[in-house]
Ligand binder design. Structure first.
Ligand code: UFG
Length: 357
């Protein structure tokens, strides 16, 4: 049987590069499209080394460019798309909402429109647990209500989920004549994966997270503090109503997360979906506090981290973790790496980019 081809938009970034590796390991052909707005070629080069594949097609392009996206779908026979190409800094989105709405929505609309125009497609959208907002009904299931987003970034995740749902619904109800631009053709099916907190790096330490400037997220801040790029980690709040007073999150290993994408793509391509639009939580199901994570990092890597407790960060939810049963049962996928293994991989990657090991 001919190999299936998966387009990975944003495939040179943190999550995209790990997903590309796992797709290739699973026997798919991959086309990577990226405008490199938030990364350099480090991870794509790492992907080539890990997979031993020097021939992965790479398209330097912006998915907001309608003509280029249409052209791309004309040049490759794309069986499924995984759409990562989006901005993701919560604080920046509050300051620059138009930039976020334009980029994150336009790129997704272009991908959907081109998918339909070229015979239909299976679309995997990279969503976020941010859609659940603050709730005391934990863990959250896929049925848990979404809540008003607290940032334009979060809102783009909700809106893109809704766009995908509506496009799929229209495709099923009316065919695609009315569902897209002039050249509408094929049907659309899709899955939204709601990620919890992806952390860590590939065990090879050849790909990982490369934040630009001061990291917003916890683990890159920890590793940069450990290596001396940052003087001190600030732990935002130790007076939350949690066992140790710090926030609880569901930290999911990046390779486990990548494997969930392969399971979801295979489900779409192998005709195993139960509905045309499905949603799955991608997490471990285990809450870990910020203090626990810092302690685990120190222990597994045998070092002491400089940190202090400071005020709460505005907008943080107290606690969120996933009910993973649906993903476990339907995708046949389960998070496997321990948080210690993941934190060791994050440290190995930080040392790798610092040229230490
Ligand atoms: N934290 C610190 N110090 C830091 C950074 C983070 O104490 O320097 C704490 C945060 O307060 C939070 C936890 O570490 O309690 C995790 O913070 P992250 O920024 O790593 O992750 P978030 O849970 O805030 O963010 C995640 C995703 C975002 C998404 C957001 C919505 O990374 O994409 O959830 O809540 F928008």
């Amino acid at each position: 049987m001919a190999k299936k081809t998966v387009l990975v938009s944003g495939g040179a970034g943190y999550i995209g590069s790990h997903v590309t590796v796992e797709l290739i390991n699973a026997g798919y052909d991959v086309v990577v499209a990226d405008n490199m707005s938030n990364c350099d070629m480090t991870c794509f080069e790492g992907v080539k080394k890990i997979t031993g594949r020097d021939d992965i097609p790479f398209e330097l392009m912006d998915c907001c460019d309608t003509a280029k996206v249409q052209d791309l779908f004309g040049r490759y026979k794309i069986d499924a798309v995984i759409h990562f190409a989006a901005f993701k800094a919560v604080g920046e989105s509050v300051a620059q909402p138009i930039k976020y709405y334009r980029n994150n929505l336009d790129s997704f609309l272009n991908i959907l429109d081109a998918s339909i125009a070229h015979g239909g497609c299976n679309v995997l959208f990279s969503s976020s647990a941010t859609v659940y907002g603050e709730t005391d009904k934990l863990p959250v299931t896929e049925e848990s209500p979404r809540q008003s987003a607290t940032s334009p970034y979060g809102n783009t995740k909700q809106i893109c989920e809704d766009i995908l749902r509506d496009v799929i619904k229209a495709s099923a109800a009316y065919g695609t004549e009315v569902n897209a631009g002039a050249s509408a053709q094929g049907p659309v099916k899709g899955i939204a994966l709601r990620y919890f907190n992806p952390i860590g790096a590939h065990p090879s330490a050849l790909i990982g997270e490369l934040p630009r400037g001061v990291p917003n997220n916890l683990v890159p801040f920890i590793t940069q503090t450990a290596i001396g790029k940052r003087a001190c980690l600030s732990i935002f709040g130790n007076d939350y109503p949690t066992p140790d007073g710090t926030c609880l999150r569901d930290y999911i290993d990046i390779v486990d997360l990548a494997k969930a994408h392969v399971a979801a793509v295979s489900r779409m391509l192998d005709g195993k979906m139960k509905k045309d639009y499905e949603i799955f939580n991608v997490g471990t199901g285990r809450p870990v506090s910020v203090s626990e994570l810092v302690n685990a990092f120190e222990k597994v890597n045998g070092l002491k981290l400089n940190y202090k407790y400071v005020d709460r960060r505005p907008g943080d939810v107290v606690a969120i973790w996933a009910d993973t049963r649906l993903a476990n049962e339907e995708l046949g996928w389960k998070a496997e790496r321990t948080v210690e293994e993941t934190l060791a991989s994050a440290w190995a990657w930080e040392k790798h980019i610092a040229g230490i090991e």
